[in-house]
Design a protein around this ligand. Structure first.
Ligand code: CAA
Ligand code: FAD
Length: 379
């Protein structure tokens, strides 16, 4: 496998790095503290083409490959994982699903505005009683002829209040189990659709996570994505790609923490020399660097397979499982390298440690990734 990056891929990485350092770094501590959604920053990400990176330019996308997406996600996540989760959901779960499975009318009406960043989207699968066990959907979409009547509650929805367009999974035919689930496009403001209060979270505090309530919401039939009963398959397929995005987010959180630890270890002195000259600190940095390189290769491998249109289910799950573990371990050690300074907000590593945890939970917990990997290797 050749991982020599092309000129275009390097340019995307450099543009994302420049953007993250100049536009995201100032204010990131305050946004986290105040749980402030990064609206301005997301708007700029749209202008720079980061909100629909892989979408065909004819639908206002960047026409880029998944490797470029991994590189951009890493750079943005090094600085602000609250921004990168907005980006990840919009790119992999919303735009990709619409482009691959939507009708031409849906692409014209929704995808063009989502890919340009004019509006953002949300992906709504999880429910109070259906998280890992995603086939147990309680939300119903009753077939009423030319529309569906949507009733139920979705939990933990990223971009819950900021999105304009929501892809909602709901059960139409219980007899058919997961093959009776549909994916419906619901617009914000539709009668009967309400957004619950914002969750007060440990990490990614800038992103807005909400419950969504649907009470007798009428969704026109033309808003169904794919054939009748295709919703669960759609959800699983977009999540395969989404897991590459979250793996790259975890990679970025880890590499951001390592960069901070390296810089700090060169400045901080103890026992008459910079702490980076103590072997105990060097060993921590060496472990971080090795794990991060391995995580990066797994992310790039999954992305390369997706770009070559090969099966990448196992590779995406492995990348997410491993990179999220590396993010957790690296950020804990980066705090340790900072000593007491690592425990306060100004030094950024405590935020990265808090942000790292979610990468082991959303888009399929680590336990679920292991189930996915086991099924693939035991096939
Ligand atoms: N890719 C494609 N299809 C898949 C798939 C995959 N990775 N995993 C399962 N499927 C298909 C199966 O082939 C099967 O389809 P058919 O019967 O039609 O062939 C169907 O889905 C059901 O699969 P299983 O019989 O294996 O179902 P299960 O109930 O035993 O397990 C599961 C399924 C893998 C555990 C699944 O429920 C799962 O992935 N759970 C985790 C849910 C998740 O990731 N949620 C994320 C929400 S979005 C989010 O979190 C966003 C964010 O934070 C930012
Ligand atoms: P549960 O499924 O109840 O799991 C509890 C524990 O049991 C976990 O450790 C799990 O791994 C373990 N477990 C469960 N089943 C098994 C098993 N078979 N074998 C071994 N262990 C098992 N969802 C969306 O649809 N859209 C979003 O935009 C979205 N954004 C999110 C943002 C945030 C900040 C959070 C916290 C969640 C978000 N989610 C979203 C939901 C997320 O995907 C779920 O939280 C996740 O899939 C786990 O589901 P659960 O919370 O119900 O945990």
């Amino acid at each position: 496998m050749n991982f020599v990056l092309t000129e275009e891929q390097l340019a995307v990485r450099d543009a994302a790095r420049e953007f993250a350092q100049t536009e995201l770094l100032p204010g990131v501590i305050e946004r986290d503290e105040n749980q402030q959604f990064p609206a301005e920053q997301v708007k700029k990400m749209g202008e720079l083409g980061f909100m629909g990176m892989m979408v065909d330019p004819k639908y206002n996308g960047g026409g880029m490959d998944t490797i470029s997406y991994v590189l951009a996600m890493e750079e943005i996540s090094k600085v602000d994982a609250s921004c990168s989760v907005v980006m990840s959901v919009n790119n992999s779960l919303v735009c990709w699903g619409l482009e691959k499975f939507g009708t031409e009318e849906q692409k014209e009406k929704y995808l063009k505005r989502l890919a340009s960043g004019e509006i953002i989207g949300a992906f709504c699968l999880s429910e109070p009683e259906a998280g890992s066990d995603a086939t147990s959907q309680r939300t119903t979409a009753e077939d009423k002829g030319d529309y569906y009547l949507l009733n139920g509650t979705k939990n933990w929805i990223t971009n819950g209040s900021s999105a304009s367009v929501y892809i909602v999974m709901a059960q139409t035919d219980v007899e058919k189990k997961h093959r009776g689930i549909n994916a419906l496009i619901v617009e914000k403001g539709t009668e009967g659709f309400t957004v619950g209060p914002k969750e007060n979270k440990l990490g990614i505090r800038g992103s807005d996570t909400h419950s969504l309530m649907f009470q007798d919401v009428k969704v026109p039939k033309e808003n169904r994505i794919g054939e009748d009963g295709f919703g669960f398959s759609l959800a699983m397929q977009v999540l395969n790609g989404g897991r590459i995005g979250i793996a790259s987010q975890a990679l970025g959180i880890a590499s951001g923490a390592m960069e901070l630890a390296i810089n700090y270890s060169k400045e901080r002195k103890s026992f008459g020399k910079p702490i980076c000259e103590h072997q105990g600190i060097q060993f921590k940095l060496s472990e971080m660097a090795t794990n991060i390189e391995a995580a990066r290769l797994l992310c790039l491998q999954a992305a390369a397979k997706k770009d070559r249109k090969e099966d990448f289910v196992k590779e995406a799950a492995m990348a997410k499982l491993f990179a999220s573990k590396v993010a957790m371990e690296t950020t804990v050690e980066a705090v340790q390298v900072h000593g007491g300074y690592g425990f306060v907000k100004e030094f950024h590593v405590e935020r990265l440690m808090r942000d790292a945890k979610i990468t082991q939970i959303y888009e399929g917990t680590s336990e679920i990734q292991k189930i996915v990997i086991a099924r693939e290797i035991l096939k």
